[in-house]
Design a protein around this ligand. Sequence first.
Ligand code: MN
Length: 259
Amino acid sequence: MSSSLTQLIDDLATGRVRVVDLTQPLGPETPVIGLPEIFAPSPPMTIETISRYDERGPAWYWNTIHLGEHTGTHFDAPVHWVSGRDLPDNTTDTLPPHRFVGPACVIDVEAEVERDPDFLLRPEHIEAWEAEHGRIPAGAWVLLRTGWSRRTDPTAFINADDDGPHSPGFHADASRLLALERDVTGVGVETIGTDAGQAGGFDPPFPNHAIMHGAGKLGLASLCNLDQLPPTGAVVIAAPLKIVDGSGSPLRVLALVAG
Ligand code: MN
C-alpha cells in the first residue's frame, strides 16, 4: 500500500527530504531574557551531575537540570500571556498535538534588520511576501528570518543599551493580520522572545505576545538555521514537553525540507 508516509520514509532514506535542526544548543551559557528589576527574573540554566560512571552510579551518566520554561530555543503556549489565560487547551499538556506540526512560511528580513536592529515586520511586508509566494495558509508557522541567530556572543544577542534591548520583531498590526486574518498556528523568531527588544514600551506592551496568545496562537523563540529553509514548502515539527499546566518549554524544533 502506498501513502504519503511511505513516500516520506523513502525520501528521508534517500535524502530527497532533509531534516534541518532549528534549535540552539542549551546550557548554562544560554542567554535568558532580562526584565526590569521590578519583575521576577528567569534564572540561567544550571546542570548538575547525578552520576557519571562513578561511585554515585558506576554504569550510568545522568544530570539534573534547572531552568525557566522560556530558556533558549523554546515554545510559548497561549497561557503564557494574560490575554490567553482563560482559553481552552492553552497549556503545554492540553494543546492538541496536531498543532505542533505545520507548514513553514519563512519571511526573510535579514537585509532590513542589517540596517535597523529595531526593525518591525508590518502588514505591508506580509502582503509583499504573499504577492511573491502566495497567501499564508491557515495553520502555518510563520518564521521571521532576521539573521539574529548569527549573533553568538550573548551581549550582541541581547543588544542592550541605556534604552533596553534592541532586536527585531512584529508591529502589532502584523501580529493581528497573522493571528486573526490568516489564522496561523504561530510565529517563530531567531531572537530571545517573539516580541521586539523595545516592545515593553509599545501599545499594548509586548503586542505580539498579547495578540497571538490572546488568539490562542503559539510562539517559538531563539530559532536558528532559518536560512536553510525555502520561503514555502518546509514542514515544522515543534512539540513542547508535556509539562502539566506549563506555559512553555525548551524543545527541539525540526524542519523537513525537500531537496
Ligand atoms: Mn517565551
